[in-house]
Write a protein that binds this ligand. Sequence first.
Ligand SMILES: CCCC(=O)SCCNC(=O)CCNC(=O)[C@H](O)C(C)(C)COP(=O)(O)OP(=O)(O)OC[C@H]1O[C@@H](n2cnc3c(N)ncnc32)[C@H](O)[C@@H]1OP(=O)(O)O
Length: 334
Amino acid sequence: MVLSAAGQHLLRVSRPGAWGQHLLRVSRPGAWGHHLLRVSRPGAWGQHLLRGIGSVSTTAKGFQEKEIREKLQAFPGGSIDLVKQESGIAVLTVNNPARMNAFSGSMMVELEERVSQLEEWTEGKGLIVQGAAGTFCSGSDLNVVRDISNPQDGMKMCMFMQNVLTRLLRLPLLSVALVEGSALGGGAELTTACDFRLMVPGGMIRFVHKHMGLVPGWGGAARLVRIVGSQNALKMLGGALKVDPEMGLQIGLADGVLEGSLDGSGANALLEAEQWLGCYTTGPASVIRAIKNVVVSGRELPLEVALRTERDVFGTVWGGPANLQALASKAKHK
Ligand SMILES: CCCC(=O)SCCNC(=O)CCNC(=O)[C@H](O)C(C)(C)COP(=O)(O)OP(=O)(O)OC[C@H]1O[C@@H](n2cnc3c(N)ncnc32)[C@H](O)[C@@H]1OP(=O)(O)O
């Protein structure tokens, strides 16, 4: 596969140690302009988005993804379950209740496989990410963390998960993290790889990394800053704050608070989340997916490139079936 210009940029940034070099390059006069020129090749990123393939997947292959997968597979347990529904909303469940849905190595690999499946799901419009048995996810399985605590393996795991979660967030689906119980460490990072977060009373999002002598490594800090701003992100990370639904709403981390399940099964919360998401996914898949694509490009790309991408995406819906139908029905928007 030919890497897009933006993909090549990500590849450079995601190589170990390359970010420091990248910062150095960027701080040199003219380097950022040069970067813009590379990234802004006409239509490259737009075409890439239209194909619906997250560029970082190809970059992961560039850094011995096979070797990393094999390493992670050596730590089995739990599963990542995916149900694609006729409604166009899929449900992804982090399933390892004996360890509060902590991510084993094989679950990390399975998450990548499920994201690949969702990338291929052309009828999809929405995604709900939840944890099994009434709690969200307690981050990395600490047994895995202990076994790969050397810097090389830690860096590989971190790059693998960064790539997977970046692709998750870029899916052309409106995604929601349904936070029942605790989202800790990597679990908190996972919530930021969704477009929205819905919390159930008693739920908590907590970046406990500081207490583990760590910082987020799955892309959670970069995404958190974009969601709540750097002041709030500093407080959340520096204080390992317990963010409950009330605080979540206050700082813009949570997009809504659900009533939650009365019997602890999680069924009611899932139904509520589906209803909440349904308000945004009603309509043809082509249009919903186009909406997500223009927002991703607006969020991630320099303005000039985002505008080109928006034009490319616009071209996919203009004169399309939904557009023609709306024109024929003389729709009024009172
Ligand atoms: C870049 C990624 C960074 C990371 O994600 S590092 C990992 C961050 N997460 C943590 O440190 C979570 C540590 N766990 C806890 O704080 C608590 O277990 C937690 C989640 C609040 C739940 O507390 P309780 O309700 O009291 O339940 P409990 O402690 O008895 O846990 C039930 C069983 O689950 C296990 N568990 C929970 N979180 C785990 C994890 N991350 N890795 C491996 N095992 C984990 C826990 O050991 C216990 O197992 P067991 O019943 O003793 O065999």
